[in-house]
Write a protein that binds this ligand. Structure first.
Ligand SMILES: C[S@@+](CC[C@H](N)C(=O)[O-])C[C@H]1O[C@@H](n2cnc3c(N)ncnc32)[C@H](O)[C@@H]1O
Length: 210
């Protein structure tokens, strides 16, 4: 069964700020700093959509954003966000079910992959990969385990909580970095937050040589 974040839409931001303070927000703000003006951006799993307002603070106009979010409750909140003069296409569906025109300059996947099984991650990763231009940026933020006991404790607690409330499928973190390496993405930059438990990665898709 696919996860349904509808049930958490009304409290998700408050809960995440209660547990992690500004760390989840700061990880994503750091990633937004890599976006150039007038970019054609794909956002997948933007949740309540606060990231749209942060992008609009950076660039009040000129961006083309395709915003794909599967949960209806999350999408409803996202549509209420101030997006200035930017052009937004809202698509309420699972990204792997959506046929989009390839050619994005940037994709943002913020805390999207952590609750996927390896199989779902592979499907979703390949789908997004095929939508990106050569040399585009993939901005990803997620949890990682670096060997500290409390990280595993927090992660397990999240899995139990979100399995009960939203029916998430995962019981452990999937191998996220492996997919970027296997598809020859270059590491542009990386920053960790919340004592290394959160990692924000900037990847660049490889050039195509003909
Ligand atoms: C853990 S939440 C993170 C929300 C937001 N990025 C944040 O940091 O506050 C994951 C979000 O991804 C959405 N999602 C999960 N699977 C998806 C899929 N296959 N396609 C699009 N959105 C998806 C969920 O509905 C949820 O809103």
């Amino acid at each position: 069964m696919a996860a349904n974040f509808n049930n958490s839409a009304w409290f998700y931001d408050r809960l995440s700020r209660l547990v992690y303070g500004r760390a989840l927000v700061n990880a994503q703000l750091y990633l937004l700093g890599f976006i150039k003006p007038n970019s054609n951006i794909l956002i997948v799993g933007g949740g309540t959509g606060w990231i749209l307002e942060e992008l609009t603070k950076l660039y009040p106009l000129g961006l083309h954003i395709t915003y794909v979010e599967v949960a209806a409750g999350m999408m409803e909140l996202s549509k209420k966000r101030n997006t200035g003069g930017n052009k937004i296409a809202y698509i309420q569906n699972a990204i792997e079910q959506v046929n989009l025109n390839p050619g994005f300059d940037v994709v943002i996947t913020p805390f999207l992959f952590d609750n996927f099984t390896e199989q779902t991650l592979k499907t979703v990763f390949n789908h997004i990969h095929n939508l990106l231009k050569p040399q585009s940026l993939w901005l990803n933020a997620d949890f990682q385990l670096t060997g500290k006991w409390w990280q595993l404790f927090l992660l397990k607690s999240m899995f139990v909580f979100f399995r009960l409330i939203c029916g998430i499928e995962a019981g452990k973190l999937p191998e996220i970095k492996t997919h970027f390496t296997a598809n020859s993405y270059a590491v542009v930059d990386e920053k960790t937050f919340f004592n290394d438990f959160i990692v924000a990665n900037v990847y660049r898709k490889k050039m195509v040589y003909i």
